[in-house]
Design a protein around this ligand. Structure first.
Ligand SMILES: Nc1nc2c(ncn2[C@@H]2O[C@H](COP(=O)(O)OP(=O)(O)OP(=O)(O)O)[C@@H](O)[C@H]2O)c(=O)[nH]1
Ligand SMILES: [Mg+2]
Length: 656
C-alpha cells in the first residue's frame, strides 16, 4: 500500500469487503460492525447495491463494504457482478467472508475462489444456532487448520462472536487450499495467465474466470488487453473446451466442489435428526402443492384485514375525519382566513386544491396510516421467509407465462415499492427476464401505498369487489406476461432459488425497517403531492381543468364510463399512482362513484403509468429508449384493459 499515501482521503483508507453467499447474514454483521443499518430480510437478494461505512479496528480506520450475495465469483447475474467487480476494481486489502454454518460446502466454494484470487481473508461461520438445531456440528479448530485462515463461529442477531470476529479481522491470511484441475485446464490457465496484466487479483483466477465462460469479463479484457491478445486468449479457451469434450466451466466447478466437499466432510459431524420443528413443518407446508394454497389465501386474508380493514378503515377514518377533519383543517382554514389577506393564497393553502386540505390530507391522513400498516405486514412476510416460498408456489403460474419463477421475487417486492423492485430485477440472469419483469412491474403491480388505498376503497365496497379487482389484475398480469414472453426474445433460464428457513421475525428489525421506509416515503412522496396539488391548483385557476376533462372525456367518460372528475385523479397518477388512487378514494367516499365505476377506475389507475420514481429507475437501469417504450405500452394497455373490464362488468350486470 506504500504507493498510495495521500493522507486523509477516503479513498486512501484500506478497504475490507464483506462477502458471501446470499442470505447468510452479511448485512446484519455489517450493521453490528459499523453501526450503520442496511436492510436485512429473510430472502436471497436483499442487498443489490453496495453500502460502505468506516470501521475502527485496533485504532486504525478501514472502510467496510457490504456486498450483494454471490453463489460464485464467476457472476451469473448483475448483482453478482457488482460483488466480483469490487474485488477486481476496488482492490480491497482483504475480505471478511460470511458463511452459513448449515451449508459449509457452499461456503467453502467461495473460500476456495478467494484463495485462488490471492485474497487474504477471514471466515465468519454464521447461523451457528440453526446449525446446532439441525444437529450439525463443525470443528472450528480443524477447519482453521485446513484453511490456514481465521474462522469465527457467529450468531449475528444475538451478537455472538462479533468481538472475536473483530479480533480475527486484524489477522487476515491467504489460504493455501487449491483445487486440482484437469491438466488441460491447468495448461490453458497458465497460458492465459501469461497474457494477462498484473492486477489486484491473481492472474490464474482471472484465467479460470475466462475459461469458465464469464462474459462479463469481456469488457474488462477490452479495457486491459490488446486486440490480438484477446483473440489468442479466446482460442486457448476454445482449444481447452475441445480437449475436455465438455464444458470447461463444469469441470472447474466440479474440481472446486470436490475440494469443498472433502474439507466439509472432514470437519463436520452430524448428530442425527433433532426434535420435531413446528416452524420447519410450517415452512414445508407453505410450499406444498395442495396445502400451500389455503395457507396463501390465509396469509392474503390476514394482510387484507390488517392493511385494508384496520389500516385503511379504522386508522384512516380516525386520521382523516377526526384529526384532519375536525381539528387540523378547520383550524388551519380559520388561521388562513384570518391572517392571509389574499384570496388566492388562501385557496392555495386550504381551497379545493389546497396544499393543506388536499396534499397533506392525502399524504398524512389517507396514505400514511395505510403505508405504515402495509410496511409492517410486508416486513413480517419478508423476515419470516415466506416470500421465497410464495415464489415457489407461483412458479407454475409464471412458467405458464414463459417466465422464470425467480421473477416472482421482484414482483412480490413490487407490492412494497415498485422502484426498489425494479432494482431487484438485477438478481435475474438474463436481460430478457429483466425487461419482462420490469414491464410487468410497471404495468400490473400496485405498490404498497397504492395497494393500501385500493384495499381501503374495496374494503368499503365488499369482499366481492376486492376479489373482482384482484382477479382482473391477475388476468391482466397473465395475458401481458404471456404476450411479452412471446415477443421479447431470448432463452429461458432455470429456476433456482435458495429457500431460507422460516424464522420468527425480529421485532426491532421490523421497526427499524418500517421507520426507514416511512421516512423514505415521506421524503419522496410528500414533495410530489405538493407539486401535484400546485399543478392542479394552477390548472384550476387558469380554468384549464374543465378543458382537460373535456379533452380526456372520450377516454374517461365514453370508454371507461367514469365521471369527468376522475380525470384529475388520473393526472395525479402520473406523479404518483397512490396519489391518483387517493383521489379516487376521496370521490368514492363522497358517493360520486358507483361500485362498477370504482372497480374500473381502480383497475385503470393500477395499470396506469408507473410513478415518477419508478420511471427514473427504469431509465437508470435500462436506458431512456426502453423506458419510453415500456411507458407507452403500459399507458395504452391500461386504457384497453380498463375499457374491456368496463364492458364486461356492465354487460354481466354484476351485483356488488
Ligand atoms: N437464526 C439466525 N438468523 C440469522 C443469523 N444471521 C442472520 N440471520 C437472519 O438471516 C436473514 C438474512 O440476513 P441478511 O443480513 O439480510 O443476509 P445477507 O447475507 O445480507 O443477504 P443478501 O443481502 O440477500 O445477500 C435475516 O432474516 C437475519 O435476521 C444467525 O446467525 N442466526
Ligand atoms: Mg445483505
Amino acid at each position: 500500500m506504500q504507493h498510495r499515501h495521500r493522507h486523509g482521503h477516503e479513498k486512501d483508507i484500506e478497504k475490507i469487503a464483506l462477502l458471501g453467499n446470499p442470505n447468510v447474514g452479511k448485512s446484519v454483521i455489517f450493521g453490528l460492525l459499523t453501526g450503520k443499518y442496511v436492510t436485512v430480510s429473510n430472502y436471497p437478494g436483499t442487498t443489490v447495491e453496495i453500502t460502505r461505512s468506516s470501521i475502527n479496528l485496533n485504532k486504525s480506520r478501514y472502510l467496510l463494504i457490504d456486498t450483494p450475495g454471490v453463489n460464485s465469483l464467476v457472476p451469473m447475474s448483475e448483482d453478482e457482478k457488482v460483488t466480483r467487480d469490487i474485488l477486481l476494481n476496488e482492490e480491497p486489502s482483504n475480505v471478511v467472508q460470511v458463511g452459513d454454518a448449515k451449508n459449509l460446502k457452499r461456503t467453502l466454494l467461495i473460500t476456495i475462489q478467494l484463495a485462488e484470487m490471492g485474497m487474504p481473508s477471514v471466515l465468519a461461520l454464521n447461523m451457528a444456532d440453526e446449525a446446532t438445531e439441525k444437529g450439525i456440528s463443525i470443528d472450528i479448530g480443524k477447519l482453521k487448520e485446513f484453511l490456514g485462515i481465521e474462522v469465527v463461529s457467529t450468531i449475528a442477531p444475538q451478537r455472538k462472536g462479533i468481538r472475536e470476529l473483530k479480533e480475527a479481522m486484524l489477522k487476515p491470511n491467504l489460504s493455501a487450499i487449491r483445487p486440482k484441475y484437469h491438466p488441460s485446464i491447468e495448461y490453458a490457465a497458465a497460458d492465459i495467465a501469461d497474457l494477462l496484466p498484473h492486477g489486484h487479483i491473481s492472474k490464474k483466477s482471472l484465467a479460470l474466470m475466462i475459461l469458465s465462460g464469464d462474459c462479463s469479463l469481456m469488457d474488462w479484457m477490452k479495457d486491459n488487453l490488446a486486440e490480438p491478445s484477446i483473440g489468442h486468449i479466446l482460442s486457448i479457451k476454445d482449444n481447452c473446451e475441445a480437449q475436455l469434450k465438455g464444458s470447461t466451466a463444469l469441470h472447474i466447478n466440479k474440481a472446486r466442489l470436490q475440494l469443498a466437499e472433502k474439507i466439509a466432510d472432514s470437519v463436520t459431524t452430524k448428530t442425527g435428526i433433532t426434535s420435531w420443528k413446528p416452524l420447519a413443518v410450517a415452512g414445508n407446508l407453505s410450499m406444498h402443492q395442495v396445502y400451500g394454497i389455503p395457507i396463501l389465501l390465509a396469509v392474503l386474508y390476514a394482510v387484507y384485514l390488517f392493511v385494508g380493514v384496520f389500516g385503511a378503515g379504522t386508522l384512516v377514518d380516525f386520521f382523516e375525519e377526526t384529526i384532519f377533519g375536525q381539528y387540523i383543517n378547520p383550524s388551519v382554514t380559520k388561521l388562513a382566513q384570518t391572517f392571509v389577506p389574499w384570496q388566492l393564497l388562501q385557496d392555495l393553502l386550504v381551497g379545493q386544491y389546497g396544499i393543506v386540505t388536499v396534499a397533506l390530507t392525502y399524504a398524512l391522513a389517507i396514505i400514511l396510516p395505510i403505508t405504515i400498516t402495509f410496511f409492517i405486514a410486508f416486513g413480517l412476510l419478508e423476515d419470516s421467509g415466506y416470500l421465497p416460498r410464495l415464489a415457489i408456489m407461483s412458479n407454475r403460474f409464471f412458467n405458464l407465462m414463459g417466465l422464470n419463477g425467480k421473477a416472482v421475487l421482484p414482483m412480490v417486492l413490487g407490492l412494497g415499492c415498485g422502484t426498489m423492485a425494479i432494482m431487484t430485477t438485477r438478481i435475474l440472469e438474463t436481460k430478457r427476464d429483466r425487461i419482462i419483469t420490469t414491464f410487468l412491474l410497471a404495468l400490473a403491480i400496485p405498490c404498497s401505498a397504492q395497494l393500501g388505498v385500493i384495499l381501503g376503497m374495496l374494503g368499503a365496497l365488499s369482499i366481492k369487489a376486492a376479489i373482482i379487482w384482484t382477479s382482473c389484475i391477475i388476468i391482466v398480469l397473465f395475458i401481458s406476461g404471456f404476450l411479452a414472453s412471446k415477443i421479447v426474445i431470448g432463452g429461458k433460464t432455470n429456476f433456482f432459488l435458495e429457500i431460507p428457513p422460516i424464522r420468527i421475525p425480529n421485532i426491532m428489525n421490523i421497526i427499524i425497517k418500517t421507520i426507514g421506509r416511512v421516512e423514505w416515503y415521506l421524503k419522496e412522496a410528500v414533495p410530489l403531492f405538493i407539486l401535484g396539488t400546485l399543478i392542479l391548483f394552477t390548472l384550476n385557476e387558469l380554468d384549464l381543468i374543465k378543458r382537460i376533462e373535456a379533452a380526456a372525456s372520450p377516454i374517461v367518460v365514453n370508454l371507461l364510463s367514469l365521471p369527468q372528475e376522475t380525470t384529475s385523479s388520473f393526472i395525479m397518477g402520473f406523479l404518483r399512482r397512490d396519489y391518483g388512487a387517493a383521489g379516487l378514494f376521496d370521490l368514492s367516499q363522497k358517493g360520486l362513484l358507483t361500485p362498477v365505476q370504482s372497480i374500473v377506475s381502480l383497475v385503470t389507475i393500477t395499470l396506469f403509468v408507473p410513478c415518477l420514481a419508478s420511471f427514473f429507475m427504469i431509465i437508470k437501469e435500462m436506458g431512456i429508449k426502453t423506458a419510453l417504450v415500456i411507458i407507452t405500452i403500459v399507458f395504452t394497455l391500461a386504457i384497453i384493459y380498463g375499457s374491456t373490464i368496463n364492458l364486461i362488468l356492465n354487460s354481466i350486470n354484476i351485483n356488488l
